[in-house]
Design a protein around this ligand. Structure first.
Ligand SMILES: [Zn+2]
Length: 223
């Protein structure tokens, strides 16, 4: 294959992976400590509400809508202090916020659906699924990293949710990401697939595994 560095493909290969359609401008250069508060003050702000691994979706005329206005979100016992700013969409700031209300107490018009089902059933568009991945990862990190791993004191959210700061020892903590290599070993005629014990009948998958610290993508694939 003739590969030239500057012949950009129409669609990057990683765009074919699930949850990869995020189009939010992350505005990482503008993440002040009051970024969430400011974004919530904008009337165009849109929120994704999450609770216990599920996304809350409005159901209207058979269509699912993952976006709530700030005022509208109050009914779902949201913790705005625990919200994270995902960035700017074409229509305004986008946030992910933990909702306190239990799924069984939701009104008829709102459904609580686990992230995997939201994606597998195509309930929201690719851009929203990308935002869901970003928000879910950040909220899960905050939920499990409330305390400083160096001194044990409670840490505080900073930079719109992209950092936690420990006021006791001054250490900054950053969200974890988990790089994974997904690979397809192929000849012109054949390719190697795997099958998990839990897979449904006839289901096969490309091989994948976590990339370890100090390892390149290619080295992880070979291992
Ligand atoms: Zn500390």
């Amino acid at each position: 294959m003739n590969f030239r560095l500057f012949d950009a493909p129409l669609r990057e290969p990683s765009q074919f992976v699930g949850f990869a359609g995020n189009r939010i401008d992350r505005q990482s250069e503008n993440r002040a400590d009051d970024a969430v508060e400011k974004a919530l003050g904008e009337r165009s702000a849109r929120l994704m509400l999450m609770h216990g691994g599920r996304l809350y979706l409005k159901l209207d005329d058979g269509k699912f809508d993952p976006w709530f206005e700030a005022a509208e979100s109050q009914a779902f016992e949201v913790s705005l202090d625990g919200g994270v700013l995902l960035g700017l969409s074409e229509s305004g700031p986008v946030l992910a916020v933990p909702a306190g209300i239990e799924p069984e107490n939701l009104p008829e018009t709102v459904k609580a659906i686990d992230y995997r089902s939201v994606y597998m059933q195509g309930l929201i568009d690719e851009a929203a699924a990308g935002a869901l991945a970003q928000g879910a990862a950040l909220l899960a990190w905050h939920a499990s990293h409330a305390f400083c791993s160096k001194c044990g004191n409670r840490s505080e959210m900073r930079a719109g949710g992209y950092r936690r700061h420990c006021p006791a020892c001054g250490t900054d903590h950053f969200p974890r990401t988990d790089p994974v290599a997904i690979m397809l070993t192929a000849t012109r005629e054949k390719c190697l697939l795997g099958r998990g014990r839990h897979f449904g009948p006839g289901m096969y998958s490309a091989l994948a595994g976590f990339i370890e610290p100090g390892e390149t993508i290619e080295a992880a694939v070979r291992r």
